[in-house]
Design a protein around this ligand. Structure first.
Ligand code: APR
Ligand code: PHB
Length: 395
């Protein structure tokens, strides 16, 4: 057994764990990051790709925004499509100039891994059997196996950034953990297509066959999603069926259509809303997907992980600079305000745009009336815009 020491032990090298390690390093705070998967796996894992204004600013301030600014696609609006009509939500005009950036989450992950390795800071991939212990004491421990050898890190704090299927949330004592959850009666089938995006902006479509989303990754790659059944199998979705459903659900009276091309990736993502309260116990803190999940309709997943890390890095920095523990004591309460705002927005966008096959004709009409109001009234569009670009941080 090798015994080592660090200030902050971080489990998981997704956006949450990597950003925390980076922000702490800028403050001269040591950390080790332990990741179960390989570097290639995490760098190629395709996830969502919409960064809020606050996320863009934070990555730039942290010095890891160069490639995002060069290769990301800034967007000043999104569109809602229903009854064959497109309705533009002018994000910038409605929010005093704020905007979003389309830049894949795995690209953010690549940038953060590159920064950490370039600084020769500890980041281990392929780590097995990670355990957390003694976080009720002032010397919590992180244990793991790496390349056949057992390791034990004695830390000041542990950050559980290990995603929804990680081990840290389950380590919280039952008395510290209440779970709030909704599982939706549908999933998203996502495809990556080798074809230039046919629109400069994202299009969220509500159709009687189900929801569809037109998005993009780069000037050469289109990203598309279709609402499907939660227990669907990719085998049920040959390419012809995918294109025919996209054709129906994205049809417009103005003749717009996505460009067709080779499908280079296909996957099905389940949809759930999930929050774990609290997000801390003793010296163990959860952040990102380890503590909460949103359905992807509001594009909030990575932005919420970034928000948690902003609070956690500030709280840890205050503690190391001045011994002030206030930020750490209030970490969970502070994060949860923004988390529940995003949970509401993501649930609401999901409910407004998807087809619920058990809805009565009355409920279908009500849903359409809501979509109509929020697309055409300035007040409605402003509510969507300010949530979509992300409400400014006030603390
Ligand atoms: N030991 C070490 N690493 C682990 C363990 C474990 N036991 N369990 C999980 N991990 C790793 C995963 O392999 C993953 O790389 O933790 C990482 C968690 O990263 P993410 O799942 O990307 O979660 P997070 O960093 O919180 O980012 C949230 O990810 O799922 C999307 O939509 C979500 O955009 C949001 C973002
Ligand atoms: C994506 O491009 O993957 C994407 C965009 C917007 C969303 C969800 C996913 O709401």
């Amino acid at each position: 057994m090798r015994t080592l020491k660090t200030q902050v032990g971080i489990v998981g090298a997704g956006p949450a764990g990597l950003l925390l390690a980076h922000l702490l390093r800028l403050e001269g705070i040591d950390a080790v990051v332990l990741e179960a998967k390989s570097r290639q796996y995490v760098e190629e894992r395709i996830r969502a790709g919409v960064l809020e204004q606050g996320t863009i600013d934070l990555l730039n301030e942290a010095g890891v925004g160069q490639r995002m600014m060069a290769q990301g696609l800034p967007h000043t609006g999104i569109e809602l499509l229903f009854d064959r009509q497109r309705h533009r939500i002018d994000l910038s005009e409605l929010t005093g100039g704020r905007q979003i950036m389309v830049y894949g989450q795995h690209e953010v992950v690549k940038d953060l891994i590159h920064a950490r390795l370039a600084a020769s800071a500890p980041l281990l991939f392929g780590v097995e059997d990670v355990r957390v212990a003694d976080f009720g004491s002032s010397a919590p421990k992180l244990l793991a196996r790496h390349e056949g050898e057992e390791f034990e890190w004695t830390c000041d704090f542990i950050a559980g950034c290990d995603g929804f299927h990680g081990v840290c949330r389950d380590a919280l004592p039952d008395s510290a953990r209440t779970v709030f959850e909704r599982v939706y009666p549908f999933a998203w089938l996502g495809i990556l297509v080798k074809a230039p995006p046919a629109s400069d902006e994202l299009i969220y479509a509500s159709h009687e066959n189900g929801f569809a989303l037109f998005s993009m990754r780069s000037p050469e790659i289109t990203r598309l999603y279709l609402q499907c059944s939660p227990d669907d199998d990719l085998a049920n979705w040959p390419n012809e069926r995918i294109w025919s459903e996209l054709d129906s659900r994205l049809a417009t009276d103005d003749g717009w259509q996505p460009n067709v091309g080779e499908i280079i990736q296909k996957g099905i993502t389940p949809m759930r809303s999930f929050v774990c309260e609290t997000m801390q116990s003793g010296r163990l803190f959860l952040a990102g997907d380890a503590a909460h999940i949103v359905p992807p309709t509001g594009a909030k997943g990575m932005n919420l992980a970034v928000s948690d890390i902003r609070y956690l890095s500030r709280a840890l920095t205050s503690y190391y600079r001045t011994g002030d523990e206030t930020g750490l004591l209030h970490y969970s309460t502070t994060c949860l305000k923004r988390i529940w705002r995003a949970e509401h927005f993501s649930w609401w966008m999901t409910s407004m745009l998807h087809r619920f096959f058990d809805h009565s004709p009355f409920e279908q009409r009500i849903q359409r009336a809501e979509l109509n109001y929020f697309s055409t009234s300035r007040a409605g569009r402003t509510a969507i815009a300010e949530n979509y670009v992300g409400l400014p941080w006030t603390d």
